[in-house]
Design a protein around this ligand. Structure first.
Ligand SMILES: [Zn+2]
Length: 394
């Protein structure tokens, strides 16, 4: 039987005054998800284990059936897996942003985690230069996409630990970096590298907005169990996002490339749907289709766009997939975590989910898919990585 996980990143939300107490999912027109809800089952699932940060990496790992509490090593390692970068078992893989900072002294602020959404060609020049001037047996700069790169530290020590670690730069826009400077003190050689990089990037010959590097999200290389061996089905991940692709690759899943996917409202929905259906018709059993846009709209605090992104998910992902596969397939619709408009970042609340399959064909009336309906159902899966086996067992 074919199984589809259709994941709208950050879709879940809290009631919003400007929407008369509705959430964006309640305010959005979602006739196709509501049709599945009329015959399906709804519930809540805790995708972020107690004590872990509510990142997309952690939450999507849960949705893919793997326990982040045991298998998650950091964000850098997942992105390295996405790029197929080799690292030794004792290496530390850092995610590396090129950023715009006031400077590296107490009271200085993080201004832009993306260096003005720097173009890949521009950032590659910078990363290649940093590798040429600062790369050595200890540190290796690996270019990625736009502002997102990697730094591999040979036999890196794990440092003072997650509670004092360097914060993701997108979480501290226009905030002072004092706390992070304290964390950098736990990694003196790394901080020396950061200071030297800032000297180079602040030179007059750098025309970009990038004036510093920002290593974070470090961990040992990621090893996930093989998806097919673990769950007995051949799976694929369709996504615009490296982080989610990396999880799929690490689990030995197919990760078909789709052209013109952007991770934003204007993404290539039809291309993603086609890639998912192609995989299923060529012998695949399971596809995880991931749509990033609702999360981006949540971070932007844009209510209208978040509603629009949910309506497009319903009309251009859910509708054509259900039309193609009908009542014979199993569907799971969920988000990885909430990205509430009120806080413009991720929340750790359990996520709403909707399941419909050949075992749920009886139609009910007056049922719609939203956070309140999922909460009212009383079904709560407290262990996120048990959701996928729960679906496969039905
Ligand atoms: Zn996410």
């Amino acid at each position: 039987m074919k199984t589809l996980f259709l994941i709208a990143d950050g879709m879940g939300d809290w009631p919003i005054d400007a929407l008369d107490g509705k959430t964006p999912l309640q305010a959005a027109r979602t006739p196709h998800m509501d049709a599945l809800a009329r015959r399906g089952a709804m519930g809540l699932c805790r995708t972020v284990p107690e004590g872990m940060p509510p990142g997309s990496d952690v939450a999507n790992m849960s949705l893919l059936g793997f326990d982040p509490a045991h298998l998650h090593t950091g964000r850098g390692p997942i992105e390295a897996a996405a790029q197929g970068i080799d690292a030794g078992p004792d290496d530390l893989i850092w995610r590396l942003n090129v950023v715009t900072l006031d400077g590296l002294h107490p009271g200085d602020h993080m201004r832009d985690y993306s260096s003005g959404h720097i173009a890949t060609a521009e950032s590659h020049k910078l990363i290649h230069r940093l590798q040429a001037e600062l790369g050595d047996d200890r540190f290796r700069f690996v270019p990625g996409i736009q502002y997102r790169h990697l730094l591999i530290e040979k036999n890196g020590a794990k440092g003072p630990g997650a509670t004092t670690d360097i914060r993701p730069p997108h979480d501290i826009t226009d905030q002072p970096v004092d706390k992070d400077l304290e964390s950098f003190a736990g990694y003196p050689e790394l901080f020396e590298l950061v200071r030297k990089a800032a000297d180079i990037l602040n030179g007059e010959d750098n025309p970009t907005k990038a004036n510093s590097i920002w290593p974070w999200g470090q961990g040992r290389p990621l090893h996930l169990p093989d998806f097919a061996a673990t769950f007995g089905c051949k799976g694929a991940v369709v996504t615009a996002v490296d982080l989610v692709r990396g999880l799929g690759k690490a689990a030995g899943m197919a990760t078909p490339e789709v052209v013109d996917v952007t991770g934003l409202l204007d993404t290539n929905y039809e291309g993603k749907v086609e890639a998912a259906l192609d995989f299923l018709t060529s012998g695949g059993d399971f596809v995880f289709v991931h749509l990033e846009a609702p999360d981006e709209c949540g971070h932007a605090g844009n209510i209208a766009d978040k509603i629009e992104s949910i309506e497009r998910f319903d009309a251009r992902v859910v509708a054509p997939i259900v039309a193609a596969l009908g009542a014979e397939a199993r569907y799971l619709i969920a988000c990885d975590h909430l990205t509430p408009i009120a806080i413009r970042t991720h929340a750790s609340d359990p996520v709403p989910f909707l399941y419909a399959g050949p075992d749920t064909l009886e139609e009910k009336t007056g049922v719609v898919f939203n956070e309140a309906a999922c909460t009212a159902s009383g079904l709560v899966l407290e262990t996120g990585h048990e959701l996928l086996p729960w679906v496969l067992a039905r």
